[in-house]
Design a protein around this ligand. Structure first.
Ligand code: G6P
Length: 624
C-alpha cells in the first residue's frame, strides 16, 4: 500500500528512484511521482496518473526532463484520501514550494489540521491528507526560521518534522526534503514500514527491501516513533522526541535475483512454480524425520509456555486468514489444543475475551497488514502470548510478537499470494507437530507426518507438471462470470482460497464454501454450464463430497474436480479432473491449492488481466 523510495548521496538519483519505484509498484499503482532538489537548490516535481511507466515516459519523452540531482524522493500510490489524480499524487509540497513529502499511511486528524492551516492563510491544491502534513511541516519550518534560536548546525528541517509529527494522529512512513537544506533527507515512521539502506556516503530509504537490495545489503529498520536525519556520509537516528537511538545495522536476507522476474511472464507464475523450493526452504533445519523431532528456533524459549497454552487464536487477513483456517484444523487435529481462527479486523473490534493461557498467532506474508497488527496489539494488551508467522524478516509483526516462525519463502511480489500461503500452512503444520509431540502424538505418528511433510516439495513438482492441462480448463471456462468452489474439512479453506484467487486476478465472481453448505441456499445459483470446482481427494469425507458432486451435476453444473492421483472412479462423476499426489490428510491442502492457483492464473491471462497488479488491490494493506 503505497511505496516510498528516497535517496541522498553523491550519485545522480533519478534513475535509482525510478528503478526503485518499479520494484515497489506492487504496493500500489494508481499514480506516481518524483521530487528532486538540484545542485542550485531548486525543487523539481513530476507526477502522473497510472503506472510508473507513464511517469517515466513523461519525464523522458514529455519535453520536461528532470535536471541532475543528488537528493530526491519518489512514491507510487494506492489511493486512500482523494481520487487517483495528478493533483493527489505524491510528492506533496508546502504552498511556498520549499518542503516536499512522500507518505505512506493515513493522517487521521487531517481535517482539523487542514482547517487550522487554512485559517492561517495556506492554500491547498489536493484532497489528500499528505498535503496537510507537507503544509504543516512547511508552516512550522517558517516559524522556526523566523525565531532563529536553534544552535548552529541543527537541522531546521528535522526540528520542523519533529514538531509537526507531534501534532499528527495516524500512521506514517515519510521522507521529507527542503530546498533550503539540499543535503538533508529526514525520514520517520509510525505504523508504516521504512528501511534505511546504508551505502558508501549514500542512503536509500524505502518501504521495503526490494528497492534497496540492488544498492546495499546493510540496512536499519526504523521502529515506530523513530526518525533519521540523513546527509551524504552521516546519519543520526532519534525518536521523534529527539532522544538518540543507537541504530542496529542488519544484513538483508534476500538476494537481488529473488526480486527479479527471470524467464517467467509474471511474478505470480514464478511464485507458483517456486513453491517446491519455498516449502523446502521453510522446512530446512526444522524437521528431523529420523528422530521424529521438530526444531523451531524462533519459539524455543517459549516452548514450555506454548505446550501449556489453553487456547490458540489464529488471525490474519485474506489468504493469510485462509492459512489460519487450515492451521485451526491442524492444531486441533494434531496438537489437540482448542483453537479458533478469526479475521484480524473483527477480532480487534469485538472486545475479545483473552483468557490466561491464550496464544495469538498473527499470520501475515508482509508482516505489515494494519488489521493483523491491530489484532496483535489488542491481544498483547489483554495479556496473550503472541507468535508471528511472517515472511518479511524485520517487519513490524515479526518484531512485535513475543516469538515467531519465519516462512523463508523468499520475496513475494505478485499481489495474489501463493507461495506464502503454502509456507504458512507448512509452518502451522510444524507448529502443530511441535506441540503435538510434546503432548499426545506418538513418535511413530510424528515421524509419519514429518516424512509426509518432507515429501511435499517433490509432490508439488508433480502438480506443476499439469499447468498446461489446467490452462486448457481455464480457457474453456474463463468467460463464465460465476463460479463455485466447494470442499469439506481441510479443503473448505482451500475452496475459499481458490475462489479468492479467481476473484482477485480475473475479476470473475466466485464463491467458496463448505460443500455441505451448498444445499442450504447456494444450490439455487447452479444453472446449466456453471463451473463448479470440487476438491475431492481420498480422505475421510470423500463419499460425502461425491454426493455433493452428484447434486451439482443433476442441476447442470460443469464439474471440475481436484482428485487423488490413481482415483479413476472420480471420472464417472466429473467433467474434468486434475490429479494431485496422495499425502496425509492434514497436508493434502498444500497440494490441492496448487491447481486452483494455476486455474486462476490461466483464467486471468486468458481474460487479458494484469495478473501481478490487479485493479484496486495492493500487496500490503497498511491501513485499517
Ligand atoms: C492483501 C493482499 C492479499 C493478502 C492480504 C494479507 O489484501 O491483496 O493477497 O492475503 O493482504 O496480507 P499479509 O501480508 O498480511 O499476508
Amino acid at each position: 500500500m503505497c511505496g516510498i523510495v528516497a535517496y541522498v548521496g553523491r550519485k545522480i538519483c533519478q534513475p535509482l528512484l525510478i528503478e526503485g519505484l518499479k520494484r515497489l509498484e506492487y504496493r500500489g499503482y494508481d499514480s506516481a511521482g518524483i521530487a528532486v532538489i538540484d545542485e542550485a537548490g531548486q525543487m523539481h516535481i513530476r507526477r502522473a496518473v497510472g503506472r510508473i511507466s507513464v511517469l517515466e515516459d513523461s519525464i523522458n519523452n514529455g519535453g520536461n526532463p528532470l535536471p541532475d540531482a543528488k537528493i530526491g524522493m519518489a512514491h507510487t500510490r494506492w489511493a486512500t484520501h482523494g481520487a487517483p489524480t495528478e493533483a493527489n499524487a505524491h510528492p506533496h509540497t508546502s504552498d511556498d514550494g520549499h518542503i516536499a513529502v512522500v507518505h505512506n499511511g493515513i493522517i487521521e486528524n487531517y481535517v482539523v489540521l487542514k482547517k487550522f492551516l487554512t485559517d492561517k492563510g495556506h492554500t491547498f491544491k489536493s484532497q489528500t491528507d499528505t498535503e496537510v502534513l507537507a503544509m504543516l511541516i512547511g508552516d512550522v519550518y517558517a516559524d522556526l526560521k523566523e525565531q532563529n534560536h536553534l544552535p548552529p548546525g541543527t537541522s531546521l528541517l528535522s526540528r520542523a518534522v519533529q514538531a509537526a509529527l507531534h501534532q499528527v494522529e495516524g500512521t506514517y512512513g515519510i521522507a521529507v526534503a527542503c530546498k533550503d537544506e539540499p543535503d538533508t533527507l529526514v525520514v520517520a515512521r509510525k505504523g508504516s514500514p521504512l528501511i534505511i539502506g546504508i551505502g558508501a556516503d549514500e542512503y536509500i530509504v524505502a518501504s521495503d527491501a526490494s528497492a534497496i537490495v540492488e544498492h546495499t545489503t546493510q540496512v536499519v529498520y526504523l521502529n515506530d516513533n523513530e526518525m533519521a536525519v540523513l546527509k551524504p556520509g552521516s546519519f543520526r537516528t532519534t525518536t521523534i522526541d529527539d532522544i538518540s537511538v543507537s541504530p542496529v545495522i542488519s544484513e538483508l536476507e534476500n538476494k537481488l535475483e529473488e526480486y527479479e522476474l527471470g524467464d517467467y511472464e509474471h511474478f505470480m507464475l514464478k511464485e507458483i512454480f517456486e513453491q517446491p523450493t519455498a516449502v523446502a526452504n521453510c522446512l530446512r533445519g526444522r524437521v528431523d524425520a529420523r528422530e521424529g523431532r521438530i526444531v523451531l528456533g524462533g519459539v524455543s524459549d517459549m516452548g514450555r509456555d506454548l505446550v501449556r497454552a489453553r487456547r490458540f487464536v489464529l488471525t490474519g487477513q485474506g489468504t493469510a486468514w485462509h492459512a489460519g483456517l487450515i492451521g485451526d484444523y491442524m492444531l486441533e487435529d494434531i496438537a489437540k489444543v482448542p483453537t479458533e481462527c478469526t479475521y484480524a479486523s473483527e477480532f480487534r473490534y469485538r472486545n475479545p475475551i483473552v483468557e490466561e493461557g491464550t496464544v495469538l498467532v498473527a499470520i501475515s506474508q508482509s508482516g505489515e497488514t494494519a488489521d493483523t497488527l491491530a489484532a496483535l496489539r489488542e491481544a498483547k494488551d489483554k495479556g496473550a502470548m503472541t507468535l508471528g508467522v511472517v515472511n518479511v524478516v524485520g517487519s513490524t509483526i515479526a518484531r512485535e510478537t513475543d516469538a515467531g516462525i519465519y516462512l523463508h519463502a523468499g520475496p513475494e511480489i505478485g499481489v495474489a499470494s501463493t507461495k506464502a500461503f503454502t509456507c504458512q500452512c507448512t509452518v502451522l503444520a510444524m507448529l502443530s507437530l511441535f506441540l503435538g509431540r510434546r503432548k499426545l502424538t506418538s513418535q511413530h505418528q510424528t515421524q509419519e507426518l514429518i516424512e509426509a511433510l518432507s515429501n511435499i516439495p517433490n509432490q508439488m513438482k508433480e502438480v506443476l507438471e499439469q499447468s498446461s492441462q489446467i490452462a486448457e480448463y481455464a480457457r474453456k471456462f474463463c468467460d463464465k462470470e460465476n463460479w463455485l468452489f466447494l470442499g469439506r474439512g481441510y479443503h473448505y479453506p482451500i475452496a475459499l482460497e481458490g475462489a479468492l484467487k479467481l476473484k482477485e486476478i480475473s475479476y470473475i465472481h466466485a464463491e467458496g464454501m463448505p460443500a455441505a453448505e451448498m444445499k442450504h441456499g447456494p444450490i439455487a445459483l447452479i444453472s446449466k454450464g456453471m463451473p463448479v470446482v470440487f476438491i475431492a481427494t481420498k480422505g475421510t469425507q470423500y463419499d460425502k463430497v461425491i454426493s455433493n458432486i452428484e447434486e451439482v451435476r443433476a442441476r447442470g453444473g460443469e464439474v471440475i474436480v481436484v482428485a487423488t492421483r490413481g482415483d479413476t472412479q472420480i471420472q464417472r462423476y466429473s467433467d474434468h479432473v486434475v490429479y494431485v499426489p496422495h499425502t496425509l490428510e492434514p497436508l493434502q491442502p498444500l497440494l490441492t491449492v496448487m491447481p486452483l492457483q494455476l486455474l486462476a492464473y490461466h483464467a486471468a491471462v486468458a481474460r487479458g488481466c494484469n495478473v501481478d497488479k490487479p485493479r484496486n488491490l495492493a500487496k500490503s494493506v497498511t491501513v485499517e
